[in-house]
Design a protein around this ligand. Sequence first.
Ligand code: ZN
Length: 244
Amino acid sequence: MKRRTFLKTTSVSGLACALPPFFPFPTNDEYTTEELMGKAKVELFGEGINLRKAAHDSFLEMKKAAYSAGFDIKIVSSFRDFYRQEGIWERKYLSYTEDERLSPLKAIDKIIEYSTIPGTSRHHWGTDIDIIDGYPKASGDVLVPGKFENGGPYEGLKLWLDENSEKFGFYLVYTNDPRRRGFKYEPWHYSYAPISIPMLTAYRRLNVMKLLLQEEFLGIEHFTAGFVRTYVQDHILDINPKLL
Ligand SMILES: [Zn+2]
């Protein structure tokens, strides 16, 4: 049985306007709340690519250029809807609380080192990708920072992306800046800025706490308004400043 009994505080409504809005593009009205939370059916392009049209087209251009430089960009993960993220969240929550016997709050802290709360993932937008180089042999988990540096199998691709990805509109989201809070360094996660910047602008207008109150996934009864406020500031907004 799932229960949701939130701790009530007075500042829930302050979430949506915690930071001043910035409008790099003229309109953001085209994105619905359902779409921003991964609950809408959006049109995605490319088998195994699954991105919005412009992001898909630019990804193919980048892939072609990388190919000429000797790299085979492979997408490990792109679009994930709310329900997929909910499955990931609940699997981790159960594993940390039952197998590792962590307290609910410790389990949640551990999940959000790398995984998002359902409804808050950039992977819901059809603009973000996790990528590796398909050529080198690699064993075990591919999405670990060490594989992208210091002689790791994807070091060459990472150096190429550092030089070239922004020409195609793809920006690293969770950079290696030691002052950055929120998600840890993810050298594999890129975002197509021309679409994801206006989507983030639209997302910032949502009242995330109020929206999460309507959900029932495991562990959500431990979310407080303060926790969600900090999560939004650190995990959603403390990213590569070029994507704000
Ligand atoms: Zn990712």
